[in-house]
Write a new protein. Structure first.
Length: 87
């Protein structure tokens, strides 16, 4: 888990973008060539900035090191999909 611990959304977004650019190639190497990797994000504001969306579009079209990366959206508050909500 990556904790950014920043005070402004703009700074957090740029730090998140920098982190993605740095770590996606390393994460991709953990999977066999030609595989599809599913990357999950929740609905936090920093995940939906234009620069982050642009990066995901580039990754979707080009892949990383011969691996496809698909962005999976985390559903907003869904207690039926999260058993801990019933506890």
């Amino acid at each position: 888990m990556v904790t950014l611990g920043l005070k402004t959304k703009a700074t957090s977004l740029l730090k998140y973008l920098k982190m993605l650019k740095r770590w996606l190639p390393d994460i991709s190497r953990l999977f066999p060539y030609g595989s599809t990797i599913y990357f999950v994000q929740d609905s936090a504001v920093i995940y939906h900035g234009t620069v982050v969306k642009d990066l995901w579009m580039e990754v979707k079209h080009n892949g990383i090191l011969g691996r496809r990366i698909e962005l999976a959206k985390w559903t907003p508050y869904s207690p039926d999909l999260n058993p801990i909500e019933y506890a």
